[in-house]
Design a protein around this ligand. Structure first.
Ligand code: FES
Length: 157
């Protein structure tokens, strides 16, 4: 996947507004992921070349943050919280139900390419557990009925 002129221009803009090339790394990776949907090895190598930093620095950041995908994901990404408060309030049951409804294991993508199901660490909404992020929107107090509505909405949308 070659970088388009438009992507290169957006990267240049990020770099010129950053104090250091290293500090531009995360926003640049976000921009690349927005363009391609994930970060391939080739795009990380190109990022290292553009920023003039070691490829290992790019790899370390891309693998450290869960928000960066190393393989293609669905049109929508669901992040289900599996940390303590959510676990105590039934996140495991929600996860099993979602896997069944979507026909995937956690980490997988539906055959129509619409939805990827991922596990997340605490989403900072423990008081309304169990919760999940659907793309960038927080969904709280999850029940089977709510999960059904959300999945239908994503499939139709
Ligand atoms: S444990 Fe799930 S939001 Fe905090």
């Amino acid at each position: 996947m070659p970088f388009t002129d438009s992507l290169r221009e957006r990267i240049d803009l990020i770099v010129s507004g950053s104090e250091t090339r290293q500090s531009a790394l995360i926003p640049v990776l976000r921009e690349i992921q927005n363009e391609f949907g994930y970060l391939s090895n080739e795009s990380m190598e190109e990022t290292a070349r553009i920023l003039g930093i070691p490829p290992s620095s790019v790899q370390n950041v891309a693998t450290f943050y869960t928000m960066f995908f190393r393989k293609p994901v669905g049109e929508h990404v669901i992040w289900l919280c599996r940390t303590l408060s959510c676990a105590l309030r039934g996140a495991e049951h929600v996860e099993h139900y979602m896997c069944e409804r979507l026909g995937v294991k956690t980490g997988g993508t539906t055959t129509d390419g619409k939805i990827t199901l991922m596990e997340a660490e605490c989403l900072a909404s423990c008081g309304t557990a169990p919760v999940m992020l659907v793309d960038d929107k927080l969904e709280e107090n999850l029940t089977k009925e709510k999960v059904d509505r959300l999945i239908e909405g994503l499939r139709k949308g």
